[in-house]
Design a protein around this ligand. Structure first.
Ligand code: AHR
Length: 658
């Protein structure tokens, strides 16, 4: 009798050592540690970058001046000019016909005792930080000697919070660059910058720029370090760029043309951003693509992050939701040539024409491009016809480059079926699937890939996000419900990593005052940034991706929704650990009892990393960015079993030393 009590007590202890109280009979899970079924590709979890929601200009590209080159449709958008005293014609917007990519500039004509102040409002203000240095620069031309530019940083009340003066020398008809550095004395998310010039004299100005000194890796003209750091923290395996629909463009003229995004920034031709006008209820009339962040910088970012670069190129079709403009097949050659030249730009020897351009930009070593996408969300027989021509030409010259083809806008339906069949018939390396669906869809389709063909084209889950009906705090749709559903779905991607080789949430960034698309992975304002619960889920899978998949079964089948439980298991062959991802998408705690098969003995402890919140509407915010963030703890293992009680609404990652 005494022994019985002792046994009962011991069992109770083991149960309690996991978390909480047992709700019901444990679900018995088996994990065949000794029977890995496939290798997880090193490319598995990556990021999708697009200049949407002020992702690039006004976002990760740290330029603080909006419309620095006066090339917006309205040349003085973002600028305010004040003259003392006012004189008609003292400020003109002029054109340099010889500079076709960046023709406009402003001419200020000043008389003795007069002054002109140009104030730039930034992108929804400028994020300025106390104690930080800012690098001002502009291109200028003047015949006058002794003109001085007073550069001020201002707070929203117009008070000066940083100041310097730069002396403009006479330029004898040519253009020169003027630079100055100033330190900001106060932090403000809504700062501005002004330049005041006093007469007499005439001066032409262009490319007026202001960058913080604390860019990523301290690169002049670089990227916002906090935003890149959030990416680096995920250790993304690849970075897809430049989108998204932006690759397609509203029409072909508006498509992304990578060749126009490299070289000196003053020669990169600005175009309107298609998200400027895509959604009238979220119009952003001041949204343009300056391409200060262009293809060279994307490749460099990929290199910094240790991620495979994955450019997506226009396939000769503009966005089919917009103009649906199409290049005739007979005229497709320049588009295909762009793809071939891109491979040379990324990988070519410096003696090749495009390899030399890369070297001239400061990167003689190749970028090691291995992946290339042709078309974004394009569809129809027209797409297949064009894709085939790209594939033939690229594979003929670069057989080792793996190509990504589009399966359209949806993960099912006629459009999808046609493309899926067509691309498989072409033996395309990767099929890019997109799913923006309700959380319920993600829960219901966690087993989507369990029945996919095991041979032929592999899957790139290129864009996905659960779109919840209800928003969480601050009107964000990135609530815990969405992230939890995504986590459940991701166990299905991981379980099928033999055919799913890449996955990325979309879109990546959104500025809280400049977004067009909600939800997004990371939210920013002018000074702050935070990862959403979806970010935490992506990061958890990415940081613990392992190397080999092992079968995790419940009653002989994958765990994909039984009692709201979802799971996958992998082995980290370097750490020699078994990693189990277990998602409880229901409100009730669910207990599991897990017996790894093929292990002689279990260690005494395992580590647990958990994301959990009892409220599905909970979300991270600027004020509380860690509301949903990983918590770690230790689990005690006994009797060759892990008994674990997964709390309601939880994502659990258990690591067991083997
Ligand atoms: O991620 C936002 C948009 O969604 C992408 O640009 C497009 O590919 C998809 O429709």
């Amino acid at each position: 009798m005494k022994n019985m009590y002792r046994t009962a007590l011991l069992v109770a202890c083991v149960f309690i050592e996991s978390v909480g109280v047992w709700a019901q009979q444990p679900h018995t899970l088996t994990v065949a540690v000794n029977k890995p079924t496939a290798t997880i590709q090193t490319t598995m979890w990556g990021v999708f970058f697009e200049d949407i929601n002020l992702g690039a200009d006004g976002g990760i590209y740290a330029e603080l001046v909006k419309n620095r080159s006066f090339e917006f449709s309205k040349p003085l958008m973002g600028w305010k000019a004040e003259q003392q005293p006012f004189r008609e014609g003292a400020l003109l917007v002029l054109n340099r016909p010889e500079q076709t990519n960046n023709p406009r500039f402003v001419r200020l004509t000043l008389q003795a005792g007069s002054s002109i102040t140009l104030t730039n409002e930034g992108f929804r203000g400028m994020g300025l930080k106390a104690g930080l240095q800012y690098h001002f620069s502009c291109m200028y031309r003047t015949e006058a000697a002794g003109l001085r530019l007073k550069v001020n940083l201002l707070n929203p009340n117009g008070e000066t919070i940083g100041s310097t003066t730069a002396q403009a020398a006479e330029t004898r008809g040519g253009w020169q660059t003027l630079k100055a550095t100033l330190t900001c004395q106060a932090t403000d998310a809504k700062g501005k910058m002004s330049i005041t010039i006093e007469g007499p004299g005439t001066i032409d100005l262009d490319m007026i720029s202001l960058f913080p000194a604390d860019t990523w890796k301290g690169r002049p003209g670089g990227m916002r370090a906090d935003m890149v750091q959030l990416l680096a923290d995920m250790k993304p395996a690849f970075i897809r760029f430049p989108g998204g629909c932006i690759a397609e463009g509203f029409d072909l003229n508006n498509r992304y043309q990578w060749k126009k995004t490299i070289g000196p920034i003053e020669e990169r031709q600005l175009i309107i951003n298609r998200w400027n006008f895509e959604f009238p209820h979220r119009a952003a009339p001041d949204y343009f693509q300056t391409f200060g962040l262009g293809f060279f910088e994307y490749f460099q970012l990929a290199e910094d992050l240790g991620a495979e670069p994955l450019p997506i190129l226009n396939c000769g079709m503009a966005c089919q939701f917009n103009s649906a403009e199409l290049v005739a097949v007979k005229d497709l050659d320049p588009y295909i040539q762009d793809a071939l030249d891109l491979v040379e730009f990324a990988n070519g020897d410096i003696t090749t024409p495009w390899g030399k351009k890369r070297a001239d930009m400061g990167h003689p070593a190749p970028f090691g491009l291995k992946l290339l996408g042709v078309g974004n969300e394009n569809w129809g027989p027209q797409y297949l016809e064009r894709f085939e021509l790209f594939q033939k030409a690229i594979k003929a010259k670069y057989p080792n480059i793996k190509l990504v083809g589009s399966s359209g806008t949806d993960p099912n339906g006629e459009r999808y079926e046609l493309l899926n069949k067509g691309l498989r018939a072409l033996n395309t390396d990767f099929i890019d699937e997109h799913y923006y669906r309700k959380p319920e869809w993600f829960l219901q389709h966690a087993a989507r890939y369990d029945t996919f063909p095991r041979t032929g084209s592999k899957i790139f889950a290129g864009e996905y996000a659960a779109h919840a009906d209800k928003t969480g705090p601050a009107n964000l749709r990135n609530n815990w419900q969405a992230a939890l559903a995504e986590a459940a779905f991701l166990t299905g991607l991981e379980r099928n990593a033999d055919i799913v080789h890449m996955a990325s949430y979309a879109p990546l960034f959104a500025h809280i005052e400049g977004w067009q698309w909600n939800p997004d992975l990371i939210w920013v304002d002018n000074l702050r940034s935070f990862g959403t619960p979806s970010y935490q889920v992506q990061k958890l899978f990415s940081l613990h991706k392992g190397h080999k998949i092992v079968p995790l079964l419940h009653n002989g089948a994958p765990l994909a929704g039984q009692d709201s439980l979802y799971a996958s298991a992998v082995i980290d062959t370097v750490a020699n650990e078994l990693l189990i991802k277990l998602v409880n998408a229901g409100a009730q705690p669910q207990s599991v009892s897990l017996a790894p098969q093929g292990l002689k003995k279990l260690p005494k402890e395992a580590s647990l990393l958990m994301l959990q919140h009892p409220d599905l509407m909970a979300a991270n915010t600027f004020e509380a960015p860690q509301t949903i963030a990983p918590k770690t703890s230790t689990l005690i293992l006994r009797a060759k079993q892990l008994k674990y009680n997964a709390p309601g609404y939880s994502v659990n990652m258990i690591r067991i030393k083997m």
